[in-house]
Design a protein around this ligand. Structure first.
Ligand SMILES: [Zn+2]
Length: 309
């Protein structure tokens, strides 16, 4: 469509936001002494995205998080209340590449809300890259794009730029403010990256084994190598053949620790890795939002610490 159409669309959205904001205000107790201004409502698929959007939007926006902390976007269905909340969103920011598309697309389709993925300008990794005991082509999904790119702070910086430019486009009157917030946040991300790199130099376990193939970007950024994963494909249990290959990899690389994830049930995996293969168990958190990971920055620090132990 021509940009003219888009412009008209956004003005309608802006009016709707004002109306909805006003409606909320009218329902409040008149005696309450608070100033309510209508904010731009913005959707964010998962916690790290929501935090980045909040950092850029500050108090100019209200962020609606789609997948609550503790849930995996691979297996989450929206509640009707969330669909209602998202109706007023001007845009939904998401990771894309098959990670959260299934959750955000139905809302976008039904309410006509634009989805902006944050992978633009990021050097994407392929699934299975770095696993040399895999037979090329023997796993479904092998060789497809790995969507977990936010687990490298350098990529987060790129994502923040995309968010800032998009918010500035939608809410042009506040463009300077969004750009200012983004610049300040980028500076913090640079400091975070320095800190993580410094810790990475002290790591003494370059080869790691994870629950699923979600740590390739993290590993590449911080000098580690994921040599194999328990799940051959996200959400799938390993076959006997897979377990045999994992055992070979553990011996070959001298792997000592297996990393599970808080969003997934991994009782079988941890028991097997501990009891059969004698590995220690650690936790890597790809999404955060819970205890000790209340921001993207905390999440990244928590993960490097989990590796450092
Ligand atoms: Zn994943």
């Amino acid at each position: 469509m021509a940009p003219k159409y888009k412009l008209a669309w956004w003005s309608v959205a802006a009016v709707l936001v004002v109306l909805l904001g006003g409606g909320v205000w009218l329902n409040k107790d008149a005696g309450e002494d608070r100033v309510t201004t209508s904010k731009l409502v913005v959707g964010a698929s998962v916690f790290p995205v929501a935090d980045m959007v909040k950092q850029v939007g500050g108090d100019l926006i209200e962020v609606v998080l789609v997948v609550p902390p503790g849930f995996s976007p691979h297996a989450y269905s929206l509640l009707p209340s969330q669909v209602a909340e998202l109706q007023s969103a001007a845009v939904i920011f998401s990771i894309g590449q098959g990670f959260d598309d299934g959750v955000v697309r139905p809302v976008s389709d039904s309410a006509g809300i634009e989805i902006v993925t944050l992978d633009n300008g990021i050097e994407l990794r392929k699934l299975g890259d770095g696993f040399d005991n895999y037979e090329e082509g023997d796993e479904a999904g092998f060789g497809e794009i790995d969507p977990h790119y936010w687990l490298d702070v350098k990529n987060a910086r790129v994502m923040v730029r995309v968010i800032a430019e998009e918010l500035a486009r939608i809410d042009a009157g506040q463009a300077d403010k969004y750009m200012e917030n983004a610049a300040r946040y980028e500076q913090r991300l640079d400091e975070l990256e320095d800190e993580l790199q410094q810790q990475a130099t002290k790591l003494d376990q370059p080869a790691i084994l994870t629950l699923h193939d979600g740590w390739g970007y993290f590993a590449r950024a911080y000098g580690l190598r994921v040599v194999d994963t328990y799940e051959p494909v996200e959400g799938k249990q390993p076959t006997v053949e897979d377990l045999r290959r994992i055992k070979t990899t553990i011996d070959e690389y001298g792997v000592k620790k297996f990393y599970t994830e808080p969003q997934k049930s991994s009782t079988a995996a941890t028991r097997f890795m501990r009891e059969e293969f004698g590995l220690e168990i650690g936790i890597l958190d790809p999404v955060g939002g819970g205890e000790g990971a209340k921001s993207y920055e905390e999440l990244m620090k928590k993960n490097i610490e989990a590796i450092s132990k």
